[in-house]
Ligand binder design. Sequence first.
Ligand code: PEP
Length: 266
Amino acid sequence: MQRRGLVIGNWKMNGTLLFTQELACAVRDGVLERIGQQRLSCDLVLCPPFTGLSVARHALSEAPVGLGGQNMSDAVSGPYTGEISGAMLRDVGCSHVLLGHSERRTLFGEENAGIARKMAAAFQEGLQPVICLGETLQERTAERTLEVIRTQWMALVPAILAAAEPHPPWILAYEPVWAIGTGRHATPDQIQEVHGFIRQQLSDHLGATVASRVQILYGGSVTPANAAAIFAQQDVDGGLIGGASLAAATFLAIADAYPKHVSIEE
Ligand code: PEP
């Protein structure tokens, strides 16, 4: 079967409303131009900060670009000062939500069990969760990468199995912590090794059909210069882009690097 390519921009905590308006409009214009020239080979999603979601939604309204939150609460509503619910993300026009980003894990103490709860809450709100998995440099040096990925993945399995069908598709993003924002990306071979391992885990726990459908993105210092080699890997279905998504030209150049015709045998 054929998995569609997906490139997501994670703007993190950057951007005034004016910046958001200008960047989202520039992405919209670039997307519409590419569609007109029949050269857009993957789907795109933008994840601005919460405050920019509404502005971005309006700026993108004429273009098929998805909108995502960078995080959400596992609670539906109530006394959770400072939190944003999945329903709120839906209300503002989001289709996706990033969960378990390494900055959430390391700076804000998020753990596997809580991330799985958020995944379940995202399903209930009809949002597509994009769950980030990845090892630290210390863990890679100690040759514990696959063990760490497996632990992070296994924490999600009960939430996936318990989710009432039909639920929105979910997406995994392999993001080695040591590659995020450092300018040091994992090599294509390192990336394919982990993505292939994740695909095998998907197959072992959820069956071959599910495994062949789930998109697995790579994130960590992706640029227009390295994107093509990364996207050429068999089990890479696109990218989660941080720094390089803060300029329309580089974000769109990364999307342009996605292979035009990807056919994956069932
Ligand atoms: C990220 O924050 O998800 C990310 C991949 O960042 P960067 O592209 O800047 O490494």
